[in-house]
Design a protein around this ligand. Structure first.
Ligand code: HEC
Ligand code: HEC
Length: 752
């Protein structure tokens, strides 16, 4: 043998495999990939071995006996590829060598099998432990076994009072009322805690809290950001859709399917012939479709719309980046300009995914029945008349006498009163007439078109279903929510865990790739994932499971040893005490002051800002505060989210900027936070209300006032020394000052 041939033999085995794969890819995938002639999919080693109608296409290690090899040799009835041009002898030889060596797809299947988060979760058996009495449910076995390995003992259980606050903040983002706490603490029933949890989960406050996490994750905002920051008039319908979905415990896979492809999965063309009746099913499907508004609220400069291609490229990239981060927990966005440098996601994969959104466009649809639409359009002339009066008022405002102007204004007002309400609409996804081609964009530049690509899924992840053109997003929704998908459920379970413990089992919740952190409890994560799937993707079922574990019930107080050897609490030696996030803090101040307005839903409310804050905003005329002061005290999730201006009170406490997905809010501790709590108009105002609330309960009795204040603010009675200090303070200062002081105490800001 000549030396060069020796070299070929010595080359690592993945070289011929790669070549065989390339041959199959270029000569066969067009009919045995997305399209599966004779039921055969050649894209993965699994599907290859499974084969098509005739059974396994290859027998690894035996080319001669493999159907595929016979087909390319054209030995039997099958001649592949069909037509006059057979594969070349060297291509046939490469495939023979490859099958004889085991028919492995190196680049795809090996990475799929070697990277933990790309593997399908297996349900592990909970480990056995030395102290089984601590195990309340299997979660505890996973946690305790690690603690025992390192000679830790778990913290003692938290008392009921503390637990009531913890659970209520966890599920509602609000404190429990003193009455709720007393009812729980004094309930002698053995299932008192379960009852308490069920009440929390049944309350609409739950969806507002957990919906908020989701909104952070999908970069929700009411405006587009950048200079123009234009207003998305119906974005709030998506916010309400999210809150409703959590409150109804919509199964997570349905929630995902609706957001990606409700229009393709649930038809809306259900009209009862000859009537204007609004079928229930149609109404439900319309509500589902609001989920697709997710893709109409991205952050772009409006200038991008100057170029159709640029807007399309940015819009599709935003869709895929958001799906990558929120649904897959992968930094897919890194493959936009070059192959991902760390994870097995190529630039081609990226653009195949963007192609899933090619042909999808935003559309404003009327909500309601045919009857509603007709009533509304019949009233249109009245609306047009009102608009005409408005124009007249404007154009004549300079040279109109005051009397004439007053008369015009009167007419304008009357015209508006007669005019019908605007038809309710939503901005959702629909289909364009044509589906444009998708190309790889070199370095992400919309002007540098590379190879043309078909819609598809990252090659390193399980293959997707066939695409039923033009319903591409349906395939994406089905792919993501297939029970075999390794990431969707795992990533969500980790987020649920994080919502309860402050940190996920994977502490980089949006990055399950190589740059992310490894799970602290991998078996637990997989166990929870299989449990989540087995319980029909019910998020509330997961809350119950987690919150009923002894792990969740641990106190936040622990011993010096645990603090020293497990400072970041990775092993969960105790419950991590943590600061309220911006939204909870603002809501808690309002709840404590007794001013919280629990009205749900509707257009985002613009609360007033102080003069200085308005001056700091670039466009003060764009801040028309809501005329009804009661609206200013709505929960934070219902405030308008303007991308160019986060409310200062919320921003100081780390509210996200909503340009990209936020998986976990920062928890900074900075001086402006203290100033905002001490000196802002908001806290000053609310402390006055809180003081009034205390006075109403206690009259002029200082001791009674202190007790009432402590119970409302902290859910407990003051200790004797606290009472004494408080008494000195209220004697020297006003009750308003005292109320303000309580907003500034650590116990107010932190949950244990
Ligand atoms: C233009 C489309 C097309 C291309 C390209 C093509 N095939 Fe096929 N293939 C078919 C069709 C159609 C059948 C079904 C033929 C039949 O049932 O008689 C088939 C059947 C097969 C089968 C049998 C599957 C089964 O179990 O029924 C194998 C194996 C196969 N092809 C291998 C290949 C390989 C390897 C290549 C590339 C070298 C290839 N094909 C390229 C269309 C194609
Ligand atoms: C908007 C385009 C774009 C995006 C998005 C992008 N990159 Fe890059 N990246 C580049 C360019 C351009 C280069 C330099 C040329 C190259 O290496 O391809 C580069 C280079 C790199 C390099 C090599 C640096 C070096 O010194 O060799 C790494 C690592 C990298 N990127 C990581 C990432 C990660 C991680 C992400 C996602 C968080 C990301 N990139 C997203 C454009 C991008």
């Amino acid at each position: 043998m000549r030396p060069t041939l020796w070299l070929l033999v010595l080359l690592p085995s993945h070289i011929p495999a790669q070549t065989a794969q390339n041959i199959l890819q270029s000569k066969c995938f067009q009919c045995h990939g997305q399209v599966q002639s004779s039921g055969l999919d050649l894209r993965t080693s699994e599907s290859l071995k499974k084969g098509g109608k005739r059974g396994p296409a290859v027998i690894p290690g035996n080319a001669a006996a493999s159907l595929l090899f016979q087909a390319i040799r054209r030995e039997g009835p099958l001649h592949m590829p069909p037509g006059k041009t057979p594969l070349t002898p060297s291509e046939i030889a490469t495939i023979k060598t490859w099958i004889d060596a085991g028919a492995r797809y190196e680049s795809t299947s090996t990475t799929t099998q070697s990277w933990w988060s790309f593997r399908k979760p297996q349900r592990p058996t909970p480990p056995s432990v030395k102290n089984p009495t601590w195990i309340r449910n299997p979660i505890d076995a996973f946690i305790l076994s690690k603690l025992e390995q390192q000679n830790f003992t778990p913290a003692k259980p938290a008392d009921r009072r503390r637990l009531a606050r913890r659970a209520t903040f966890d599920l509602h983002g609000l404190p429990p009322t003193p009455q709720q706490i007393e009812a729980f603490v004094t309930n002698p029933a053995p299932n008192a805690y379960e009852t308490f949890l069920n009440q929390l989960l049944d309350s609409p406050r739950y969806g507002e809290r957990w919906g908020r996490y989701w909104l952070d994750l999908v970069r929700y905002a009411d405006t587009s950001g950048f200079e123009t920051d234009h207003f998305f008039t119906t974005a709030w319908r998506y916010r309400d859709y999210v809150i409703r979905s959590f409150n109804n415990d919509k199964p997570y896979h349905t929630f995902v399917q609706e957001q990606i492809a409700a229009d393709e999965l649930w038809p809306q063309n259900i009209d009862l012939e000859g009537t204007s009746k609004f079928p229930k099913e149609k109404e439900e499907n319309q509500l589902r479709r609001i989920g697709t508004s997710l893709f109409t609220i991205g952050s772009f400069p409006i200038e991008y719309t100057y170029y159709g291609d640029q807007f399309r490229a940015e819009w599709q990239a935003d869709a895929i980046d958001t799906i990558g981060a929120a649904f897959l927990g992968l930094t897919v966005s890194c493959a936009r300009c070059h192959d991902h440098k760390f994870d097995p996601i190529t630039q081609r994969d990226y653009y195949r995914m963007t192609a899933l959104f090619a042909g999808s466009v935003e559309r404003e649809i009327p909500l309601g029945s045919l009857f509603d639409i007709q009533t509304s359009t019949r009233g249109f002339p009245l609306l047009a008349q009102a608009e005409a009066w408005k124009r007249m008022v404007r154009s004549r405002s300079r040279n109109a006498t005051p009397e004439a102007r007053a008369e015009l204004l009167q007419k304008l007002g009357e015209a508006y009163l007669r005019a019908p309400d605007r038809m309710p609409t939503a901005n959702v996804l629909a289909h364009a007439e044509t589906v444009p081609d998708t190309h790889v964009l070199l370095r992400g530049d919309f002007k540098s078109k590379g190879e043309k690509v078909d819609p598809g899924f990252p090659a390193a992840l399980p293959p997707g279903p066939p695409i039923d053109e033009p319903q591409r997003r349906k395939a994406l929704a089905q792919w993501l929510t297939s029970p075999d998908h390794p990431l969707l459920a795992r990533v969500m379970v980790n987020r649920i865990w994080q919502g309860h413990f402050g940190e996920g089992i994977v502490r980089t919740p949006n990055d399950f790739g190589r740059q992310g952190e490894a799970p602290t409890h991998p078996e637990l994560l997989d166990w929870l994932t299989s449990e989540f799937i087995a319980r029909g993707f019910s998020i509330k079922a997961m809350h119950r499971l987690i919150m009923l574990s002894n792990t969740y019930l641990m106190d936040s107080v622990t011993n010096a040893d645990a603090l020293a050897r497990d400072p970041a609490n990775r092993l969960l030696t105790r419950f991590s005490h943590r600061r309220l996030d911006a939204d909870s803090l603002r809501d808690t101040i309002l709840a404590t002051a007794g001013t919280l307005n629990l009205k749900m839903g509707g257009v985002g409310v613009i609360p007033p800002l102080s003069k200085e804050e308005i001056q700091a905003a670039r466009m003060p005329q764009m801040w028309p505060a809501h005329p009804d002061p009661a609206e200013h005290n709505r929960r934070s999730v219902y405030l308008q989210m303007k991308r160019s201006l986060t409310l200062p009170m919320l921003q100081i406490f780390d509210a996200p900027d909503s340009a990209t997905s936020c998986a976990r809010r920062d928890r900074s501790t900075v001086a402006p936070q203290a100033l905002a709590l001490m000196n802002s108009e908001f806290t000053a105002q609310q402390s006055t209300h809180f003081a009034a609330r205390i006075r109403k309960i206690a009259g002029d009795d200082k001791q009674a006032a202190i007790t009432a204040a402590w119970q409302i603010a902290f859910g407990r009675d003051p200790s004797p020394s606290e009472r004494e200090i408080a008494h000195q303070y209220v004697t020297a200062n006003s009750l308003d000052r005292f109320a303000l002081l309580l907003f500034n105490m650590n116990e107010f800001l932190y949950v244990d």
